[in-house]
Design a protein around this ligand. Structure first.
Ligand SMILES: *Cc1c(COP(=O)(O)O)cnc(C)c1O
Length: 375
């Protein structure tokens, strides 16, 4: 039996810049006495984030969820929006909190993204949009989704919370659909502690989105719509500037660890790893496997429990499905029989530890533990 780890190994660790460098930026903020409301750091970071994401326009937010809510509100979505149940709660909640009902559509078995071939059957006279998620950074079928949207006059929002740096044929993932949302939460590949942004191709969106972000305040004399407070602080933006400098190195390390995972786990019966095609630049935010209980001899849940005995804390993303939450379970689209691939994914997926500080030996050991659990 392979021994466990002395210190707990978590699924991720946040990227953190050199503290002395951060203090230099904090000094500037202290001198300026400007803590929020789009100051110098915000201006610099917005431009840097825009370049990193290869996106035409960016609006920064205090977190990804408020950004997503602003997108739903700005596009005027109402009635029903078709989305995936295999995601983080923020995705359907951003709809419901805007008075829009999510309609759950099953996912593709391979990519675990919304199945474009099942979207049209879910469209009704009330449908106003599609909210798709690039799950684990794997791009959705953006071509098929756009075709359906154009045919039926629907808006498309992408939840790209997992897809920082993902590109399709060299095009930044934030260029697809009407609006995309990125999360900069501490657990994401790129973080500002809490934070997020929207990206979009149409520059005309900028004033309207940013009005929602700041209470609908146009100027000192006029408040022209109902907005909320979604503003990113100077301290978040400063952290973002420094963490952006670390991304390439982190990606290099993760790419090496991913290779080891693939090498060690290929050929293990009952353990499947999804591989993106060659034209995709991967986000490298997660490393996930699927445990097929019949072939592996042990369920995903028991693998998850067993790993803890070795001081390895994996995550069951995304279990339970959103369609199982009390606020959605009675929706007609939430019926289990309609979502077989989503239920299968929720029962099989396990996120393994994946961050640059892990050594090759750590990953080999994690794979050894997993292989030891096969029955
Ligand atoms: C993290 C995440 C969000 C929300 O991000 P926050 O920045 O934490 O508000 C939304 N959707 C998905 C799929 C996520 O994983």
């Amino acid at each position: 039996m392979t021994g466990g780890f002395k210190e707990p190994v978590y699924v991720t660790r946040p990227l953190l810049p050199d503290l002395e460098k951060f203090k230099l930026r904090l000094n500037k903020i202290w001198e300026s006495k400007w803590l929020s409301n789009m100051g110098e750091q915000h201006r610099l970071f917005e431009e840097s984030a825009r370049k990193a994401l290869k996106a035409p326009y960016v609006s920064l937010f205090n977190n990804g969820t408020t950004a997503l809510m602003a997108a739903v509100r700005f596009l005027g979505l109402k009635g029903e929006v078709i989305t995936t149940p295999f995601t983080f709660p923020a995705t359907p909640h951003a709809l419901l909190l805007n008075g829009v009902h999510p309609v759950f559509c099953d996912i593709e078995n391979e990519t675990m993204n919304i199945d474009p071939d099942k979207i049209e059957a879910a469209i009704t006279s009330k449908t106003t949009g599609i909210l798709a998620v690039h799950i684990f950074g794997t791009p959705c079928d953006t071509v098929k989704i756009q075709k359906i949207a154009d045919k039926h006059g629907l808006k498309v929002i992408y939840d790209a919370a997992h897809a920082f740096n993902t590109e399709i044929d060299g095009v930044g993932i934030g260029n697809f659909g009407d609006i995309s949302m990125f999360s900069f939460h501490a657990t994401k590949l790129f973080n500002t502690g809490e934070g997020g942004c929207l990206t979009y191709k149409d520059g005309c969106f900028k004033p309207g989105i940013e009005l929602l972000r700041n209470m609908g305040i146009k100027n000192e004399e006029e408040v022209i719509t109902a907005g909320f407070n979604g503003k990113m602080t100077e301290i978040q933006a400063a952290l973002g500037m420094l963490n952006l400098e670390l991304i390439e190195e982190e990606r290099g390390k993760r790419s090496r660890l991913q290779e080891i995972y693939h090498r060690e786990l290929s050929g293990v019966e009952g353990v499947a790893c999804y591989k993106n095609p060659e034209n995709i630049k991967e986000s490298l935010q997660y490393f996930t496997v699927r445990i097929d209980e019949k072939q592996f001899g042990s369920s995903r849940d028991s693998v998850y429990e067993e790993f803890k005995k070795y001081n390895v804390f994996t995550r069951k993303y995304f279990y339970p499905l959103c369609s199982e939450y009390p606020c959605y379970k009675d929706y007609p689209s939430a019926e289990k029989e309609l979502l077989p691939s989503a239920h299968k994914a929720a029962d099989e997926v396990l996120c393994l530890p994946f961050y640059g500080e892990l050594t090759n030996e750590d990953v080999e050991k994690i794979c050894g533990i997993l292989k030891g659990l096969k029955k």
